[in-house]
Design a protein around this ligand. Structure first.
Ligand SMILES: [Zn+2]
Length: 490
C-alpha cells in the first residue's frame, strides 16, 4: 500500500445517494472498552488503569497533531519487533503499542499506558536490528519500571492529573518537528523541561534492565553501546545535538557502563535481519525527504550495491520504491519481477508489486497474487489491507467490505482500515456507512464532536429501527463516554 502520513482531513464524502445497507452490522470496539481491570499499584497515586486511559487520550492527540506514519508494513514491523522485546521483559503491566513519527531528529519516547513513539531518524542511523531494538528496550524499561508515573507522583503529589496533562502536551509537542527546540526551551520554562528529563538513576535502570531484555529477545547486547556511540558522535560532529539527549541524558559514564555490561554477555553473532534492512530502505526512500537524507540514502545505496546478497536486494527494493515514486512503473516492474519470483512470500515485495499493479490498472493481477499469499499467511495484516484495497480497485466492493469488516474488528485503532472502509462505502454510494467509518477515523484523532455528528447523520439515513440504526446510536453513546473520560485530561 502507498504510505499514508497524517490523513488529510476528509472532505471525501463523495457519495450522495441514500441507500440501504449492504454492509454487515459491525461492532466497533475501542481498546479501552475491553481492557481488564489491572488494579492499582500499592502506594501509587496513578493507577494502571488511569495510566492506560491517559495513554489512550494522548494517542488520539498524537494521531491528530504529529506526522504519524500510517503504513501497515512499517507499523507491523515495529510492533512485531516491539512485542518480541516486550515478551522478554519483566514487570509488564500494560499492553504495548509502537508508533512511527516522520521526524529527521533521532528520538524515541514512551508515554503513559505502554505507548512508545519512534522517530523515523532511528532507521536512518541504526545499522542493524539490535541497535534499533536497544533503543526500544530502553524505552520499554521506562514503562515497565513506571519511571514516568513515579516522576509525576514525586513532583505532583497533590494534583497528578493536572500535571500529567502538562507533561502529555509536552510529549506531543516534542513529536511535532515544527515545534523546534528553541521554542521548547524558550517559553516553556525550565521546570517543565526538568519534568521530562529522566533522572540519572532512571536512565541507568533503563539501560541495565533494557540490555537484559535485549539479550533475552535474541539480539546482540552490543547494539546498545553501539547506538549510544552513534548518538555521542552526533554530539561531537553535528551543530545540533540529537533531541533524544534532552530527555535521555548521555554522560560518558552511561556509554562506558553500557560497554562493560555488553561485554559481560556471551559473544553473539546476530545475522543481519532482512526485515530491518527493507524497513530501513522504505523509511529512507519514502520519509524525511530533504537534501541530507537524500545524500544519506545515496551513500547507503552505493555501499549496499557492493555488499552482501541481502544488502543488494535491499538496495534493489529501494530503487523499486524510487522508480514507483517517480512514476516509472515499467522500470520498477522490470526490477521487481525476478526478485518476486525468487521470493514469492516476501511481504515487502508483494506490497510493492501491488502498488505497481494498481497504478497500471492491473488490479485483478494484484488480487490473484494477494489471495495466494494470504492462503500461506491468513492473519497477515499487510496482506489483508492490500487485498481489500485491491478488491476495491477491482470493483469487488462486497469482497473488500468483508475483509475490511474483519480488519477493523481486529484492529479498531488503526485508521487505515476505517479510511478504506469509508472509501469502499463511498464507491458503492452507501452514504450512511461511509459516514460511520469516517466517524471512527475522526474519533481515533480525538475529534469526538464531528464523529458523533457523522454517526447521527448516518443513523438518520438508515431504516428506522434497523440494526444499523441501533448500532450507530449505541456507538454515539460509547463515544460520548470516552469523550467525557478524556475531558479530565484537558
Ligand atoms: Zn531514557
Amino acid at each position: 500500500m502507498k504510505l499514508r502520513l497524517k490523513k488529510p482531513l476528509v472532505a471525501l464524502l463523495v457519495s450522495a445517494l441514500l441507500s440501504t445497507s449492504v454492509v454487515p452490522a459491525h461492532a466497533a470496539i475501542d481498546i479501552e472498552d475491553s481492557l481488564p481491570d489491572m488494579g492499582t499499584t500499592a502506594g501509587s497515586t496513578l493507577s494502571i488503569n488511569q495510566e492506560i486511559a491517559m495513554g489512550d487520550y494522548y494517542t488520539r492527540q498524537l494521531r491528530n497533531s504529529a506526522p504519524l506514519v500510517f503504513d501497515p508494513l512499517l507499523s507491523n514491523y515495529i510492533n512485531n519487533l516491539g512485542q518480541k522485546l516486550v515478551s522478554n521483559a519483566s514487570s509488564v503491566k500494560t499492553p504495548f503499542h509502537f508508533y512511527l513519527v516522520n521526524n529527521p531528529n533521532i528520538n524515541a519516547f514512551a508515554y503513559f499506558g505502554g505507548n512508545i513513539v519512534l522517530h523515523s531518524a532511528l532507521f536512518r542511523y541504526s545499522r542493524n536490528e539490535s541497535e534499533l531494538a536497544s533503543v526500544m528496550a530502553h524505552e520499554i524499561t521506562h514503562v515497565t519500571q513506571r519511571h514516568l508515573a513515579r516522576m509525576l507522583e514525586d513532583q505532583a503529589k497533590t494534583t497528578p492529573l493536572a500535571l500529567a496533562g502538562v507533561l502529555g502536551s509536552i510529549l506531543i509537542f516534542m513529536a511535532n518537528p515544527n515545534a523546534g527546540l528553541a521554542t521548547f526551551t524558550g517559553s516553556m520554562a525550565g521546570m517543565q523541561q526538568n519534568m521530562i528529563t529522566f533522572t540519572q538513576m532512571n536512565e541507568q535502570e533503563a539501560d541495565r534492565i533494557g540490555i537484559q531484555t535485549l539479550y533475552r529477545a535474541g539480539f546482540d547486547p552490543k547494539g546498545m553501546p553501539d547506538f549510544m556511540q552513534i548518538l555521542a558522535d552526533q554530539v561531537r560532529y553535528s551543530s545540533k545535538p540529537p533531541e533524544m539527549l534532552l530527555t535521555h541524558p548521555l554522560p560518558d559514564s552511561r556509554l562506558s557502563d553500557a560497554r562493560s555490561r555488553a561485554s559481560q554477555f556471551p559473544a553473539r553473532q546476530v545475522p543481519q535481519s532482512a526485515d530491518f534492512l527493507f524497513a530501513k530502505m522504505r523509511v529512507l526512500t519514502m520519509l524525511t525527504k530533504n537534501p541530507t537524507s537524500e545524500n544519506a540514502l545515496q551513500t547507503i545505496l552505493d555501499q549496499f550495491k557492493q555488499g552482501t546478497a541481502l544488502e543488494r536486494s535491499a538496495a534493489n527494493y529501494a530503487l523499486i520504491l524510487i522508480y514507483s515514486r517517480d512514476r516509472k512503473f515499467d522500470d520498477a516492474r522490470k526490477l521487481l519481477t525476478p526478485m518476486l519470483e525468487k521470493e514469492p512470500n516476501n511481504i515487502w515485495l508483494i506490497d510493492a508489486m501491488t502498488d505497481i499493479d494498481l497504478e497500471q490498472n492491473r488490479a485483478s493481477d494484484a488480487v490473484a497474487r494477494l489471495q495466494l499469499a494470504l492462503k500461506q499467511r491468513p492473519n497477515n495484516n499487510v496482506l489483508i489491507a492490500n487485498l481489500a484495497n485491491s478488491y476495491m480497485h477491482n470493483k469487488q466492493y462486497n469482497e473488500a467490505n468483508r475483509l475490511l469488516y474483519r480488519y477493523t474488528f481486529d484492529n479498531p485503532s488503526d485508521p487505515i482500515g476505517w479510511q478504506l472502509m469509508a472509501e469502499n462505502a463511498a464507491k458503492q454510494g452507501d452514504r450512511a456507512h461511509e459516514l460511520a467509518a469516517y466517524a471512527e477515523d475522526l474519533a481515533l484523532r480525538g475529534d469526538f464532536e464531528t464523529a458523533i455528528r457523522y454517526l447521527g447523520d448516518a443513523s438518520r439515513q438508515v431504516k428506522l429501527g434497523s440494526n444499523d440504526q441501533a448500532r450507530f446510536d449505541a456507538r454515539i453513546d460509547q463515544l460520548r463516554k470516552i469523550q467525557q473520560r478524556d475531558s479530565q485530561f484537558k
